[in-house]
Design a protein around this ligand. Structure first.
Ligand SMILES: *Cc1c(COP(=O)(O)O)cnc(C)c1O
Length: 405
């Protein structure tokens, strides 16, 4: 029997929609020009294609085309936003506020900024993964130049109160950046409406190609500027040098247009499918959902199966279901997810978690298969587990002394 991969890891990357691939193909050979070549039709054609894609993306965000700066992805966009603001607004202050549950592309950039003389406040989140608005406001100082809070979390799908954060930033005259990588193309993300001044996102999380992303930079009320982080030909109005990835940008634009047209229907179908997956798995005892179920992306759920190690569970179904575990595998050790730990989960429960992220190409059959395989896997692992046996016998596990492992 053919081994089929059930792909429930769309928050890591989405497949490129075949309609996106079709749109891109002519730009590798027939229309291969450099969008910066001003003297011949090959260049004009490429420039026209880039302009069109910029418009498709701006339309998705209800933004102006001039507010879209193409980059190589959300990692670069986050770097450009944070370091670019830090440098550009150095005379105003050196303090940035972010949260502990941000993506590494924000957290590690903040660490770099601290080395460059910046000061960073890392806000904790509550046990549902939400930033406390009063704490955020209290953290603002005269030297604060930027607040960076993600729109939706990649591990839990939890959506922050963007509007309220935007209002606080406006009240205090502080710029607001959001890593909206997991939200753009899945739910409405209109930066102007939310008071967001800079917004990072990427093609490959919204059924577009990898290696292309963008930074939205507000052009009015206020007009925001960022210092370029790459020196060169001065492309993208001086904010990001480098020959544009024309095929990638064309695909990104097409993906944005498809998202605008299909987002509502996709979200409705996927939230039903996600809810079915979730309620089927929740039939097992000692199973918990992580994050705020009332403010969550429609296609995501993060579930802890107590006393079942997530990585081990994935082995029981032979890796033919693509999922993400609540552990980040670094070279030396298996660390529990810092996002789940920030929500207050103990190391054990964090290690017992799986993230399910559905997508445009997920089918009912995929979900049925996953429910069956995961239920069997959890039951199997618990049957083999001495800890589970003790739990079933009513032994108070907190009284048991554990050997070092
Ligand atoms: C995937 C992801 C990124 C990184 O995006 P790339 O385009 O792969 O650089 C940044 N932030 C979040 C929240 C993500 O999910």
């Amino acid at each position: 029997m053919e081994k089929r991969l059930i792909y429930l890891d769309n928050n890591s990357t989405t497949p490129c929609d075949p309609r996106v691939v079709d749109a891109m193909l002519p730009y590798f050979y027939e229309k291969h020009g450099n969008a910066a070549s001003r003297n011949h039709p090959a260049g004009w054609m490429a420039e026209e294609a880039v302009d069109y894609a910029r418009e498709q993306i701006a339309t998705l965000l209800q933004a102006d085309e001039k507010e879209i700066i193409f980059t190589s992805g959300a990692t670069e966009s986050n770097n450009l936003a944070l370091k670019g603001v830090f440098e550009m607004y150095a005379s105003k202050g050196n303090h940035i506020i972010t949260a502990t549950t941000e993506h590494k592309a924000v957290l590690d950039t903040c660490k770099r900024i601290e080395k460059m003389g910046g000061e960073v406040t890392y806000l904790e989140v509550d046990n549902l993964g939400r930033v406390n608005l009063a704490e955020l406001e209290a953290a603002i100082r005269p030297s604060t130049i930027l607040v960076s809070i993600m729109w939706a979390n990649n591990e839990t799908g939890v959506i922050q109160d963007m509007k309220a954060i935007g209002e606080i930033c406006k009240k205090h005259g502080v710029l607001f950046h959001s890593d909206a990588t997991q939200a753009v193309g899945k739910i409405p993300t209109y930066p102007r409406e939310m008071g967001v001044h800079l917004m990072s996102f990427t093609g490959h999380k919204m059924y577009g190609p990898k290696g292309v992303g963008a930074l939205y930079v507000s052009r009015k009320n206020p007009r925001v500027k960022v210092t370029a982080q790459m020196d060169g030909g001065g492309h993208e109005r001086g904010m990001r040098s480098g020959t544009l990835n024309v095929p990638g940008i064309v695909g990104f634009g097409k993906a944005a247009e498809l998202a605008r047209l299909e987002m509502a229907a996709d979200a409705e179908r996927l939230s039903k499918l996600r809810d079915r997956l979730e309620s089927s798995l929740m039939k097992m005892e000692e199973t918990y959902i992580n994050g705020d179920v009332n403010n969550r992306m429609p296609h995501v759920t993060n579930i802890s199966f107590k006393h079942v190690e997530g990585e081990g569970l994935m082995m029981t179904f032979n890796q033919n279901i693509a999922l993400s575990s609540g552990s980040a595998c670094t070279s030396a050790s298996l660390e529990p997810s810092y996002v789940l730990v920030a929500l207050g989960l103990g190391d054990d429960l964090a290690h017992s978690s799986l993230r399910f992220s559905l997508g445009r190409f997920t089918t009912d059959e995929d979900v049925d298969y996953a429910v069956k395989a995961i239920t069997e896997g959890v039951n199997h692992m618990r049957d083999l587990s001495p800890i589970w046996e003790m739990y079933k016998e009513g032994i108070d596990l907190s009284q048991v002394e554990w050997a070092e492992h």
